[in-house]
Each structure stands twice: as structure tokens, then as C-alpha cells.
Design a protein around this ligand. Structure first.
Ligand code: GBH
Length: 466
């Protein structure tokens, strides 16, 4: 497969899917236009003190209006695929009633992409729940999973002739644990029992939607979900270190993955969270079968590993705000850091992909998000240099290549992100784009990393490391 490898470059498999990712609330803007209703992120970001600089996604990158320009940029970079998400409250302003104008927006976007030979990879939910559904209980209500399946089939019916790649939910971990547990994301609840219930309902929504979409799919369409993984690195050897890593890996990674694979919730994690309560009563007969709906590929979102250490008292409270964690702490990141303070450890991506290949029994994988926030260096000619991002991307692409060499069936890589955008609680203060956005003028400029990525795609290869 990697027959084109040489001393100077590492070649990816034929038909490897290269692309870039964004999400509706982070790039669209047009928050009150086209009949869109409010989402939980409009409400949450309007609360004082929740977002860096009290920023909101009301305008963001204005992609709602500027999508033709953005698709031209993608075409200029030679991107074969664009992963974006649909705003539920644009398509259903109250979460239930269809807005034809909302659907029309995505039909135009998809047509623009297809006109440039760019494959749309459509995510149905990247955290922006219609506020009207939050008012009825949000992800704490089982009915939200039913409404999600309705929404999913509505979007699928409208775009089925134009979109082949469908992802139900992006990172249920974040929607549940950051939205309902630590409270740093919308809707901002802080209760671990609620976080576990929300997680279950998000997974249930994925399963219901996947089954409903498969029932009306056309041949060749593929269905998936995207999970965020952070491998646990223990700060030493010995059983107590292994145990600290097991706990973190359990609640962060396996709790979401195993039910999707049909393995049910991991027994060790159920034991870790048992003292919280809430989860077991939320799991009804048949739920685990529903959640186990087969996926065609798994979206793997990876940024950094997490360092952990054991505490002497196995029941001592953890500094890590995830449900059920006790007797362990998360340690500061090590080595080279991004401007977000996340560490750059590409070896953990190789290890993750190889572990996933083994644990899933060879399920096709697509790296659906990987990237880094760095501050721009602007020169006198107004060009933007981001050498650190080029290094991060090159190292992580080599890490993906190594996993493929090791037997993992990795089918694609989608960089986070196409554009600098609304970075959730960090507002506009963290820039992940390979394309720079001036949020005053909405001017787009290619960073050096965009040119680097263009060359990677054109060669289907990454320069070998030194
Ligand atoms: C992705 O989530 C999102 O899908 C995307 O929308 C977002 O823009 C992108 O990441 C960049 O942030 O400091 O120990 O609390 C990434 C998942 C979950 C990774 C929370 C970092 C916090 C680590 N993120 N995690 S910690």
C-alpha cells in the first residue's frame, strides 16, 4: 500500500480521504438569519463570564454568507473533502418544525462543494441543541433522542441525493461531560449524575438516528459517529499507576466507544461511577442494542494525551472533573505545548489508532479532527507564518502513517480546522485554522500550514522526519 515510500517521503494509501473540518456554531454566524432559532450555545455564550472576552458565535466566520468564498479556498488547496456540521436550530428552529429555508442553505453549500468536486462529510450534531429542546429537558430527556432521530431523517431525506458521508454526533463526551458535568460548555450544568444521563441519551440518539438513516439509505452511503480520545499516560510503573490510567481511559475513552461497538458500558467504568447514581435507571431495555447500530467507520478526534498519577487514598477526590474519578489526578502537560497548553505527543496518536484497530476488530477509522492552536506570526508583507502548526501536522501525519504501517485501517485525515473560528469557551482567542480569519473584516488569508497541507494532499505523502 505504501509502495511510494522513500527516504524523503511517506506515501498514504490510494484514495486516502484528505480534508478539513469545521462546525456550524463555530463558523456559520447568521445566528438570527434565514429563520434560524436559538441554540443552547447562543444562550450560553450570551451569559456574562462564560466565554473568553464574552464572545459569541453570532457572526463567527460568517460562513452562512461567505460559503462560496470558503469553498473556493478549499478548491484552491485541493481539498478532496469538507467536514461540516448542520445547525439543528437552522433546520428546525424549535427543534421539531422543519424550516425549508434552513434546509435550502445546506443544499446550496453541498451543491457548491460538489461543483468543485469536494466530498461533503456531514455531521448532524456538533453540540448546538435547539434551545426549545433544552427548555424541555435537553439531553436529560430521553425524548431528545427521538427528536434527534426525526431531525436526522429530515436532513437525510433533503440531502440524501447529494451527501454520501453521514456522521451522527460529534464528541458526546464534550456534549455530556463539559455541558452537564464540569459546566464549561452549554448548557452549563454541573452535576455528574446529569452528565452520565446526558451521555446515555446522546449515545441513544446516535443509535436511533443511525438505524433510521440506514433504513432509508441509498447504496454506498456511510454512517459514523466521531469520538474524542485522549490516551492516558501514567507517570510511573506499578499497579497503582496502571490503575490511575485505567480509570481515566475508562471514563474518557471506553465509556463512549464500547457501547457503540456493541460491548455495552465497560464493567470497570460502571463500578467507578456507581456511587454517583443516575446512569443505571436511565438505561432501559433495548437501549444497548439500539446504541450498537453498526457504523461504517469511526471518526477519531485526537489532540493530545493526558498524564495521570495515582493518589495514596483510592477514594480521594480527583482534580479532574469527570464523573466517578477518585484516587487519581491529572498532571500538567509535558514537553512542547500548543498555545492552548496542550502537549504535542504524536506517538500517542499512533498508539491510539493501533489500539482502536485491535479493540474494534479492524473497523475503518477516519481521523476526523486533529490540529493545534498557535499564535500567528505576521510579516511585513502581511503573510502569516505558523511553523509550529506545520511541525504539529507533519509529526501527526507521520504518526497516522505509522499506524497504517502497523495494520490500522485508517481511511482519511481531516484537519481541525479549515478556518480560525469560535473556539467555544476560549472565544476567538485560540486559532486552529490553516486559514487565518480577520474577525474585524472577515478577510481570509492562507497560513503557511495551508500551503504545506496543499502539498501533502497533492503528493498523497508527508515529508519523512529527520
Ligand atoms: C474538539 O474537541 C471539538 O470537536 C472542536 O469543536 C474544537 O474546536 C476542537 O476540539 C479544539 O478544541 O485541558 O484537560 O481539560 C476537542 C475535545 C475536550 C479536547 C476537552 C481537550 C480538554 C482537556 N477536547 N479537552 S483539559
Amino acid at each position: 500500500d505504501n509502495g511510494g515510500d522513500s527516504a524523503s517521503q511517506l506515501t498514504f494509501p490510494r484514495r486516502f480521504l484528505w480534508g478539513a473540518s469545521t462546525a456550524s456554531y463555530q463558523v456559520e454566524g447568521g445566528a438570527t438569519e434565514g429563520g434560524r432559532g436559538p441554540s443552547i450555545w447562543d444562550v450560553f455564550s450570551g451569559l456574562p463570564g462564560k466565554i473568553h472576552g464574552d464572545a459569541t458565535g453570532e457572526v463567527a466566520c460568517d460562513q452562512f454568507h461567505r460559503y462560496p468564498e470558503d469553498v473556493t479556498i478549499m478548491a484552491d488547496l485541493g481539498l478532496p473533502a469538507y467536514r461540516f456540521s448542520v445547525s439543528w436550530s437552522r433546520v428546525m428552529p424549535d427543534g421539531k418544525t422543519v424550516s425549508q429555508r434552513g434546509l435550502d442553505h445546506y443544499r446550496r453549500l453541498v451543491d457548491e462543494l460538489r461543483g468543485r468536486n469536494i466530498e461533503p462529510v456531514l455531521t448532524l450534531y456538533h453540540w448546538d441543541l435547539p434551545q426549545a429542546l433544552e427548555d424541555e429537558g435537553g439531553w436529560l430527556s430521553r425524548e431528545t433522542a427521538d427528536h434527534f432521530a426525526e431531525y436526522a431523517t429530515t436532513v437525510h431525506t433533503a440531502l440524501s441525493d447529494r451527501v454520501g458521508q453521514w456522521t451522527t454526533i460529534n464528541e458526546p463526551f464534550c456534549a455530556a461531560f463539559l455541558g452537564y458535568g464540569s459546566g464549561i460548555h452549554a448548557p452549563g450544568h454541573t452535576d455528574y449524575a446529569s452528565a452520565l444521563i446526558a451521555a446515555h441519551h446522546l449515545l441513544l440518539a446516535h443509535g436511533r438516528a443511525t438505524r433510521a438513516l440506514r433504513a432509508q439509505a441509498t447504496p454506498g452511503q456511510e454512517f459514523s459517529l466521531a469520538l474524542n480520545f485522549s490516551p492516558a499516560l501514567a507517570d510511573g510503573h506499578g499497579p497503582e499507576h496502571t490503575e490511575a490510567a485505567r480509570k481515566f481511559d475508562g471514563i474518557h475513552n471506553r465509556f463512549f466507544l464500547d457501547p457503540v461497538l456493541g460491548k455495552g458500558y465497560p464493567e470497570d467504568v460502571l463500578a467507578d461511577v456507581a456511587h454517583i447514581g443516575g446512569l443505571e435507571p436511565a438505561i432501559k431495555d433495548g437501549d444497548l442494542e439500539t446504541i450498537a447500530a453498526p457504523v461504517d467507520w469511526l471518526g477519531v478526534n485526537y489532540y493530545a494525551p493526558t498524564r495521570v498519577e495515582p493518589l495514596d487514598d483510592p477514594l480521594a477526590p480527583s482534580n479532574c472533573p469527570l464523573p466517578g474519578l477518585r484516587g487519581m489526578n491529572v498532571l500538567p502537560p509535558r514537553g512542547r505545548l500548543t498555545s492552548f497548553g496542550w502537549e504535542q505527543t504524536p506517538a500517542s496518536l499512533t498508539e491510539l489508532l493501533r489500539w482502536l484497530n485491535w479493540h474494534t476488530g479492524g473497523l475503518p477509522l477516519i481521523v476526523a479532527e486533529n490540529g493545534a492552536a498557535f499564535d500567528d506570526i505576521v510579516d511585513a508583507d502581511d503573510r502569516i507564518h505558523d511553523p509550529d502548526r506545520i511541525t504539529y501536522l507533519a509529526e501527526h501525519l507521520r504518526a497516522v502513517h505509522a499506524a497504517i504501517d502497523g495494520g490500522a485501517d485508517v481511511r482519511g485525515y481531516l484537519v481541525w480546522s479549515l478556518l480560525d473560528n469560535f473556539e467555544w469557551s476560549m472565544g476567538y482567542s485560540k486559532r486552529f485554522g490553516i486559514v487565518h480569519v480577520d474577525f474585524e473584516t472577515q478577510r481570509r488569508r492562507l497560513k503557511d500550514s495551508a500551503l504545506f497541507y496543499r502539498d501533502v494532499i497533492a503528493r498523497n505523502a508527508v515529508p519523512a522526519g529527520t
